[in-house]
Design a protein around this ligand. Structure first.
Ligand SMILES: C[S@@+](CC[C@H](N)C(=O)[O-])C[C@H]1O[C@@H](n2cnc3c(N)ncnc32)[C@H](O)[C@@H]1O
Length: 194
């Protein structure tokens, strides 16, 4: 039995977290939702680490707070009821990992979904917070109208990043139909010559 599978975009992002985060790191969950990712990040950064998590919906904060409480991890996370496009105002650099899981809150209001313009602003902020060797991961879902626009803008943004400073990888489940999820990974490699 393999211990690695091409299961889903989220699974790829989870594997990245496992490989990149170390005890004592700072990490950002840019789309807190029900807090599954926030909890995972809290476990990986350990007692000395910190996780900063964002969502526009109070229901997401309530659900995440409860999940962290049940797992004894409340002290490791700082939850913000604000858009991820304002992360630079509150997150102290440097951070090792920033996670985006785009779309809407599972089981919640599908009208409150991530939006192209704010997602791109947040991505720019995330890159500026990263330490060298740090990573950004974005799971994108082009199965709805705003998701298509958002994925296309995210791809365009990522393709334009200077290769001297960032390594960029785009995974897409290409036999999964038009709305198949994708996973973008960006590594900050620092300036390398000219
Ligand atoms: C797919 S869900 C995230 C799932 C989550 N990572 C989990 O583990 O349960 C996307 C979330 O992004 C939130 N969201 C939408 N726009 C946002 C914004 N500008 N800033 C932060 N969160 C936002 C939505 O409210 C929703 O809860």
């Amino acid at each position: 039995m393999n211990d690695f599978h091409l299961r889903s975009a989220r699974y790829l992002a989870e594997q990245l977290c496992l490989h990149v985060l170390r005890p004592g790191d700072s990490a950002v969950d840019a789309t807190m939702g029900n807090g599954h990712d926030t909890l995972r990040l809290c476990r990986l950064v350990g007692d000395e680490g910190k996780v900063y998590a964002f969502d526009l919906q109070i229901a997401a904060l309530d659900s995440t707070r409860e999940r962290l409480r049940l797992n004894g991890m409340e002290d490791r996370a700082q939850l913000y009821h604000m858009g991820h496009e304002h992360m630079l105002d509150v997150v102290p650099p440097p951070v090792r990992l920033v996670l985006f899981n785009l779309g809407w809150l599972p089981g919640g209001d599908k009208g409150v979904t991530t939006r192209t313009e704010t997602t791109i602003n947040a991505l720019q902020e995330a890159l500026s917070l990263l330490q060298t060797g740090g990573m950004v991961s974005v799971c994108a879902y082009p199965g709805h109208e705003e998701g298509v626009r958002e994925q296309s803008a995210v791809l365009h943004f990522a393709q334009s990043l200077p290769s001297s400073q960032f390594t960029v990888l785009w995974h897409q489940f290409i036999n999964g139909g038009a709305g198949a999820p994708a996973c973008l990974m960006i590594e900050k490699i620092g300036c390398q010559g000219k």
